[in-house]
Design a protein around this ligand. Structure first.
Ligand code: SF4
Length: 360
């Protein structure tokens, strides 16, 4: 069935820009989000992130002493909050593989802005270990959870993750997260042409009427190991067209300026979905995100080749004021806009950092 609206552009005009001003980067973008990678390890081997051929038995992960401690992470987070951060997201690798990560959640959940307002504390997980951990995460103060799930069909799911886990493990994790009230819950799917396109509608059907927001993220050229090609990208427009043909959609206004996901709702009241058009509708002009790698380097873009080391400063006993100055200086000189330059860069790719190290 083809929707009469299939020819529409599904994308409204860009969001109004976030507040500009002091503390903005070189392109006038404020610092608002901090992503923290808490481990470079993962229990899956998804081909677009940690392909088994590269991250096999002989791959050398970071040693424990090289990772930032929870105290060091919290110190950096506190300085970032002073500089404008209002949302922190923990990722990895798979964050639930970091021993006692609930304790870190508790430490970060205790942070607030200068007005005493708690920051938003989120996590992105593959969900495989979630069934046993959801309650503890909720009790520790986690406020939002995103779960990556690229297929419902077990054979497709296992094919994507290197045969590391069954889809039932993730679905149980999602059910438990909902049961303990770890909401709002979002499920993120990356669709690749010829690989899991057939999963778009089953995913939609599964999560409609559940209160869980399903979001489709365009397949990106993160890192240097996933063999990305532009032809492999199923665009957000295409995904929306396919969904709209079966379950008519209408746009929902952004909740705040600079919201990365474009939101849509089912006309029949089945709930919401989102699309993140990171390749075809680059949102660098609104990107307010700083990334802290597992070993304490700050990256100002997901696609950055190099980061600035903070671990040295932390372990040299420097005080908070100096740490804050350093972070502020790194943000101030930031001019990254990789996605906007992507097509030109595709012809002349540069060496990039892997997503498992920097946090997706
Ligand atoms: S490419 Fe870099 S600057 Fe652009 S949106 Fe992504 S992380 Fe932000």
């Amino acid at each position: 069935m083809t929707s009469s609206r299939a020819q529409w552009s599904f994308f409204p005009p860009p969001n109004p820009s976030p507040t500009r001003g002091e503390g903005s980067d070189g392109l006038q973008r404020p610092l608002r989000d901090l992503r923290i990678s808490v481990t470079d390890r993962c229990n899956l081997r998804c081909s677009y992130c940690m392909p088994r051929e590269v991250f096999g038995r002989d791959f050398v992960f970071l040693r424990r002493a090289e990772l930032l401690s929870f105290e060091e992470i919290t110190r950096v987070a506190r300085q970032c909050i002073e500089l404008g951060v209002r949302k922190i997201r923990l990722s990895g690798g798979e964050p639930l593989l970091r021993h006692s990560v609930e304790r870190l959640v508790e430490m970060l959940a205790g942070l607030s802005d200068s007005g005493g307002k708690p920051i938003e504390l989120a996590m992105t997980s593959n969900g495989v270990l979630l069934a046993k951990r959801a309650r503890a995460l909720k009790e520790a103060g986690l406020t939002r959870l995103n779960i990556s799930l690229d297929a419902l069909d077990d054979a497709v799911f296992r094919g994507l993750n290197g045969g590391s886990a069954p889809v039932t493990a993730v679905l149980e994790g999602i059910a438990e997260a909902q049961a303990v009230g770890l909401t709002p819950l979002k499920v993120n799917a990356v669709i690749r042409r010829g690989v899991n396109e057939s999963e778009i509608l089953p995913l939609v059907e599964h999560f409609r009427h559940t209160g869980i927001t399903l979001r489709f993220i365009e397949y990106m050229d993160v890192g240097s190991t996933n063999g990305w090609r532009l032809d492999d990208v199923v665009t957000a427009q295409e995904t929306l067209t396919r969904i709209d043909a079966e379950y008519p959609l209408r746009p929902v206004a952004p909740r705040y300026p600079g919201e990365v996901a474009k939101r849509w709702e089912f006309v029949d009241g089945g709930g919401e979905i989102g699309v993140i058009a990171s390749v075809t509708q680059a949102f660098c002009h609104e990107c307010s995100r700083l990334r802290l790698s597992v070993d304490g380097k700050l990256f100002t873009c997901l696609f950055a080749a190099e980061g600035d080391d903070l671990r040295g400063l932390l372990r040299a006993g420097e005080d908070d004021a100096l740490l804050r100055q350093r972070i502020a200086a790194i943000w101030k000189r930031r001019t990254d806009r990789y996605s906007q330059l992507r097509l030109a860069q595709t012809e002349k790719p540069h060496e990039k950092i892997e997503m498992s190290y920097i946090g997706g």
